[in-house]
Design a protein around this ligand. Structure first.
Ligand code: ZN
Length: 275
């Protein structure tokens, strides 16, 4: 009880001290400069559809065509794309939509649907198709290339949590088929397409790209060919595409063992079989 009374007597002193502290605090707040407001962040488009809506990063990023784009415009029909950031590590600058390339005979060969690629990758694709692939089909001529996948923000082989695919940087293209002027459709992974022709597709792809994945690589590329320009330590290249031959594979399958001979069958048994 005595202690309580003593505490009550000290109350006015505590109140005075608190008021003084508050006053000093207010005075200090007057002199401490407030943080500057952050400048408004430019809108960062997460897809080309968003970017095409007209809200893009500052013009400085896309206003000047790169030397690559200037070269590509003489060799192909392209549409420049706005700088794309994200989501996460996806996106990139100097991307283009590659609609067609000029073949050596100056006729255009379309790519359907037009892939969205980083300019250097688009240029490598044009050179590969124009100088290596189109000449393989002299008559009937190559008129269309079937694109299976290009820019897409995803992990490798669409596995959740996997390392970012080169597709997420616009650095990869998946090819499904080549179409010829007579309507024929040629899949480079089809074992019934001429073996020598498929060997040429493979050899040319492995010369031009740092990664080539096809049948026999990892089980995810049995019906299309993956091409990219990934940079690796020591300039390591990956060329994993087995050009398969069904007749050879059939020949390698061991024949069934001959059935044991149980001796000659009786004439009666032969008669039954005829029924
Ligand atoms: Zn791919």
């Amino acid at each position: 009880m005595l202690a309580h009374k003593a505490a009550m007597r000290r109350l006015p002193a505590i109140a005075t001290l608190a008021a003084a502290t508050l006053f000093c605090g207010a005075a200090a707040a007057d002199v401490v400069p407030l943080p500057h407001p952050r400048p408004p962040m430019p809108f960062e488009p997460k897809s080309f559809a968003e970017a095409a809506a007209g809200i893009t990063l500052p013009d400085v990023i896309t206003s000047e065509p790169s030397p690559c784009r200037l070269r590509l415009e003489t060799a192909a029909v392209i549409e420049p794309l706005p700088h794309l950031i994200g989501p996460d590590a996806c996106g990139g600058g100097d991307m283009v939509r590659l609609k067609a390339f000029h073949a050596l005979d100056r006729k255009d060969v379309v790519i359907v649907p037009p892939p969205e690629l980083r300019c250097e990758m688009a240029e490598a694709v044009v050179v590969w198709l124009r100088d290596d692939i189109a000449p393989i089909f002299s008559a009937p001529a190559l008129i269309e290339v079937e694109n299976f996948d290009s820019y897409e923000c995803r992990g490798r082989n669409r596995v959740f949590g996997a390392k970012l695919s080169e597709h997420g940087k616009g650095n990869a293209l998946d090819i499904r088929a080549f179409k010829l002027a007579d309507g024929k459709r040629i899949e480079p992974t089809d074992v019934y397409v001429d073996h020598e022709q498929r060997d040429k597709f493979r050899q040319a792809a492995c010369n031009r790209f740092t990664t080539v994945l096809g049948p026999g690589s990892d089980g995810h590329h049995e019906s299309h060919i993956h091409l990219d320009l990934a940079e690796r330590r020591n300039g390591h290249r990956m060329c994993q595409w087995e050009v398969r031959d069904p007749m050879k594979e059939l020949a390698q399958i061991p024949l069934p063992q001959p059935r044991p001979n149980f001796g000659a069958e009786s004439p009666a048994a032969n008669d039954k079989r005829k029924l």
